[in-house]
Design a protein around this ligand. Structure first.
Ligand SMILES: Cc1cc2nc3c(=O)[nH]c(=O)nc-3n(C[C@H](O)[C@H](O)[C@H](O)COP(=O)(O)OP(=O)(O)OC[C@H]3O[C@@H](n4cnc5c(N)ncnc54)[C@H](O)[C@@H]3O)c2cc1C
Ligand code: SF4
Length: 330
């Protein structure tokens, strides 16, 4: 691995100032499970994705760690580890969906040091992107190798130029829970709903979210779900060991008896961003879930545009949506 400068700021302002001073060759470092032991170790680089020359380690900032419950909801610092999240009584009590999603990530060892901020902002897993020989669009090149290559794990919805699937399990859960991100940058802090945090390739092919190079995710705020909200998570993996989602479904919804009132359904593993299935949500509104879910889940077929090797994911997505919602109702 190439050498790099290491900066250890003690405050968010110091971190932002350091990122601003050094420029785009400086990267935020949290647990390092993706950045150091993935991207940098594997020399994933290109003109649009240079290997960082400086790392700004934000785990030295005490403000970024911890879980705080208040009247309106729960705030989780970006440096809180995934294990701390699913072991928290506040989170398991009020946000079981997030606890389950965090628990489903990777292995116990990784969850012990991987942070929420790192999980949300991790880079995609496309094997061409991670391979040194493929100078694709996302690295600043002029080609997408997944179109004519092995695309069995790629996007079935919303792929355009680039067909990655967003890899974060917690991101899907946070979107379903209507959470917001607090971002710090040179101009101060701003709140961004997760509805508009992630961006697809048409908007920015070189990044997967709205963060600028000198901004950091400070914390995540999850409002208290409405009383009686059903929260449910299912993740299908290719292997019976730790693995990324082939498809995942995060759902948070209210029902009067078996009748859908309101809620959110978010799919992971299908699109370059966590994909909110609003058409399915709208189809269910005011309907008996048990008798309507099959037809509603089939709507995924009308938006899916599978590639040459991944049409099987459309069937899985449809079935997993159905199973997840019925599991939540039970
Ligand atoms: C074997 C393996 C299996 C995995 N399986 C899964 C899985 O099933 N599901 C899943 O969701 N993930 C999975 N992952 C990914 C893993 O969860 C992430 O690598 C981890 O969560 C990243 O957290 P980190 O703290 O180590 O981040 P880092 O590696 O330090 O950072 C990751 C990225 O986020 C940026 N970043 C980190 N924190 C911030 C912040 N606060 N503000 C702005 N940018 C920030 C960094 O600059 C970097 O680009 C797996 C990883 C491995 C190695
Ligand atoms: S899907 Fe995206 S990351 Fe993968 S080869 Fe195509 S452009 Fe690169």
């Amino acid at each position: 691995m190439k050498g790099f400068e290491l900066h250890e700021p003690k405050t968010v302002k110091e971190a932002v100032d350091t990122l601003t001073r050094i420029g785009p060759n400086a990267k935020v470092l949290a647990g390092g499970s993706d950045l150091v032991s993935g991207v940098m170790k594997d020399w994933v680089e290109g003109s649009g994705m240079p290997i960082p020359t400086a790392l700004v380690d934000i785990t030295t900032i005490p403000q970024l760690k911890g879980i705080r419950a208040a009247a309106a909801g729960i705030t989780i610092g970006a440096n809180t580890t995934l294990t701390e999240i699913f072991e928290s009584k506040e989170v398991t009590g009020k946000l079981p969906l997030l606890a389950q999603a965090a628990h489903s990530v990777a292995s116990p060892l990784i969850r012990n040091y991987a942070t929420l901020g790192g999980n949300i902002n991790q880079r995609p897993r496309c094997w061409f992107l991670r391979g040194p020989d493929f100078d694709c669009y996302k690295k600043g090149g002029d080609f997408c190798f997944s179109v004519g290559g092995d695309n069995r794990y790629h996007a079935i919805i919303g792929g355009e130029l680039c067909y990655i699937v967003h890899p974060s399990d917690t991101a899907a859960a946070l979107l379903a829970l209507n959470a917001q991100a607090k971002i710090a940058g040179p101009a101060g802090e701003r709140m961004v709903p997760f509805d508009s945090y992630f961006v697809g390739p048409r908007e920015n092919i070189l990044n997967e979210n709205v963060l600028k190079a000198n901004e950091i995710l400070v914390e995540v705020f999850i409002p208290n779900p409405a009383a009686g909200t059903k929260q449910t998570w299912l993740k299908l993996k290719n292997r019976e060991v730790y693995d990324f989602a082939l498809i995942s479904v995060a759902a948070a919804f209210t029902a009067a008896g078996d009748v859908w009132q309101d809620g959110r359904i978010v799919l992971g593993g299908v699109a370059p961003v966590p994909y909110r299935a609003t058409a399915i949500e709208n189809q269910l509104k005011g309907k008996n879930i048990k008798t309507s879910i099959k037809q509603a889940a089939a709507i995924i077929r009308t938006v899916a545009r599978p590639m040459s090797m991944n049409a099987y994911k459309v069937d899985i997505a449809q079935n997993l949506v159905e199973r997840t919602i019925l599991q939540g109702l039970a």
